[in-house]
Design a protein around this ligand. Structure first.
Ligand SMILES: Cc1cc2nc3c(=O)[nH]c(=O)nc-3n(C[C@H](O)[C@H](O)[C@H](O)COP(=O)(O)OP(=O)(O)OC[C@H]3O[C@@H](n4cnc5c(N)ncnc54)[C@H](O)[C@@H]3O)c2cc1C
Length: 591
């Protein structure tokens, strides 16, 4: 049987979307092979780069390993840099190999465009990859550190001026994060936050011009209120090592010019010999197929498609995802020899974050600002992760964005912060463990023996004389109060006897696990559920109710301190992770 090769270049928003959809479509079809090639072994959540650059989240928060995203699918992963496409032979050429294709999808994104302005390429920093974000973060940290001990006022001011050139998503979201980070930077280096100046320099009369004027004005007002200097209608004519020159003649002294002024097609696409549109983007027809090459589709920032005259596809994540969906459908149509569909962009609006707790949004005509806009931004990101089928990264996103941020850089401020000392919960963990142990032991020995044996120290020996007649283990009658339970869940006496015996081991097990600090979160959850169960079945004493909040309190990872979870949890996570997702690698070379 002839295999049809679908090769996808770039694991960005567009590429991942196509690969996911086709993998699902052809799950059980051995005649279709899908290969996804990216220069990285991970998918970069570009829309979170500013959070890394300004130290809100760690770099791995926006780096999603491709093996984890495509576990248990038929997608072959290749980590390699694409250098050329031989259209005649239908082969993709990479640094380290060649890949034949029947259908090709190019989703290699874009890169910063210096717009021909002298000095931009040489002297500015950009924010278009994880590496850029890390570099920018280190540069800012280092510059503030050095500036804090500089005596000359002018030099110091220049070092503490951060100028973002451009006011699209990248520029404004970055400034928003820097606004929050500057307080921490100032505190750490013992300078005043006011000594750090942030600029947005924009060529056009308004910032965020892809938004409704109403929303962009709100964003501007917020930024101005927070002290950001916004220079509009200020085209940049030159950037030098420590100055930005504007057309008006004004000069902004800064050691950190950050370029977010424009993007163009990925440079590698230059050599692809395909019909091009403006900014080097590859021109596609309504099916998102190259206007010069059949069976070659282009999606995302790299594609140039005018759905209506002079209205090209927007270069944003939402548009890339939508194009990915259309391409997956059209490749399927092509394979099945059915009718392809014309791409229709659906404008669902945009959400721009300005720091962690403020944003502006236009969601299909519904305008939001402030905290609610940020809630929607998180929901949108979570929805994206769920849509690409990544439960793992959805969980990680929640963990990193809501539980592991500092300095209140979180929509919930630091109320949910997990950075804390679990040491103080250890006595509670042991106490709750003892509670369950005593509960279980009294059922095992029977109330009569247990009460007597534990009444004084000298009676403890009674425990070695055997179990009492009322022991839940050997008693032939049901000891527990089952009036309510029996009616609902335990239809027969045998079932009630079985549950009664099991309860002994469950309670003793809870006790031992909690005392040892083993699987503490899991056991605490079960403990809370059991207490709730007792409460609902009216078998809980009032003086036992404390065990419910205590169980909930122990969900804070109390087993990691003075407990076996310190070793066991990372071990089991590694083991299960490798079994389910496979081993993470820096280079994937499937097949
Ligand atoms: C800071 C910032 C904030 C943003 N915020 C938003 C936002 O809030 N909302 C929004 O909608 N958009 C936002 N954007 C824009 C959005 O990120 C892009 O429009 C989107 O990433 C484009 O998707 P894509 O699939 O075309 O390309 P990308 O996501 O850029 O993916 C391209 C992929 O191709 C790979 N690649 C490139 N060259 C090669 C090669 N030669 N060989 C192999 N692989 C290669 C790359 O490694 C990458 O994985 C933001 C962008 C930035 C930088």
């Amino acid at each position: 049987m002839m295999t049809q090769e679908i090769v996808i270049l770039g694991a960005g928003y567009a590429g991942v979307q196509v690969a996911k959809r086709l993998a699902k479509q052809y799950k059980n079809d051995d005649s279709i092979s899908i290969t996804l090639i990216d220069r990285h072994s991970y998918h970069t959540m570009m829309t979170g780069l500013h959070e890394v650059a300004a130290d809100r989240v760690k770099p791995d928060a926006i780096q999603y390993d491709l093996r984890k995203l495509f576990n248990r699918t038929k997608v072959n992963l290749v980590t390699d840099t694409v250098t050329d496409i031989d259209h005649k032979q239908q082969i993709v050429v990479t640094d380290d190999g060649e890949y034949p294709f029947d259908y090709l999808v190019i989703g290699m994104g874009s890169e910063p465009d210096d717009l021909g302005i002298p000095g931009v390429r040489e002297h500015t920093l950009s924010l278009w990859s994880k590496e850029d974000a890390i570099k920018l973060k280190h540069h800012i940290e280092e510059t503030v550190k050095k500036a804090s001990v500089v005596h000359d006022k002018k030099t110091r001011q220049k070092m503490l001026t951060f100028a973002v050139c451009g006011s699209g998503f990248t520029g404004v979201e970055l400034v928003g994060e820097l606004l929050e980070w500057k307080n921490r930077l100032a505190y750490d280096h013992k300078i005043s936050p006011e000594s750090i100046t942030l600029y947005i320099i924009e060529r056009d009369p308004s910032i965020l011009k892809f938004l409704d004027p109403k929303d962009s004005t709100k964003a501007e007002t917020y930024l101005l209120k927070k002290g950001v200097k916004i220079l509009k209608e200020s085209p940049i004519v030159e950037v030098t090592g420590d100055e930005i020159h504007l057309e008006s003649g004004e000069v902004i002294p800064t050691c950190t010019p950050i370029w977010a002024g424009g993007i163009k097609a990925n440079n590698f696409a230059k050599s692809f010999n395909m019909n091009k549109g403006p900014s080097g983007r590859i021109e596609v027809n309504q099916y998102l197929e190259s206007t010069s090459h059949e069976h070659v589709y282009v999606a995302g920032d790299l594609a140039y498609f005018e759905e209506k005259p002079n209205q090209p596809n927007p270069r944003n994540a939402e548009s890339a995802k939508q194009m990915g969906k259309t391409i997956a459908k059209n490749i399927t149509a092509s394979i099945n020899e059915t009718k392809k569909i014309a791409h229709q962009h659906s404008n669902r609006g945009a959400i721009v974050s300005i720091g962690s707790r403020y944003g502006v949004a236009n969601l299909m005509g519904f305008h939001l600002s402030g905290w609610f806009a940020m809630v929607f931004k998180h929901l949108m990101n979570l929805f994206y992760l769920l849509s690409i089928g990544s439960g793992y990264y959805t969980f990680k996103y929640v963990e990193r964005e809501f539980f592991y941020t500092t300095d209140k850089r979180n929509i919930f401020r630091d109320f949910f912060n997990r950075y804390g000392n679990a040491l103080w919960a250890v006595p509670l963990r042991i106490y709750l463990g003892l509670f369950w142990l005593v509960e279980g032991a009294s059922k095992l020995w029977g109330e009569s023996v247990w009460t007597e044996a534990t009444s004084t120290l000298s009676n403890v020996g009674l425990l070695f004389r055997g179990l009492g007649e009322d022991s839940w283990l050997i008693s032939s009658t049901v000891q527990m109060d089952t009036s309510w339970l029996q009616f609902t869940f335990l239809p027969s006496n045998e079932m009630a006897m079985f549950v009664q015996r099991m309860m002994i081991f469950v309670e003793i097990g809870f006790g031992l696990f909690l005392i040892l600090g083993l699987l503490t979160s899991l056991v605490s959850t079960l403990s809370a559920l059991l207490i709730l169960g007792f409460a609902f079945t009216q078998t809980l004493e009032w003086d036992q109710l404390w065990a419910l909040p205590a169980s909930i309190a122990l969900l804070n990872g109390a087993g990691h301190t003075a407990g076996l979870d310190y070793w066991f949890v990372p071990f089991i996570q590694r083991l299960l992770g490798q079994w389910w997702y496979g081993k993470e690698k820096a280079i994937y070379k499937d097949k």
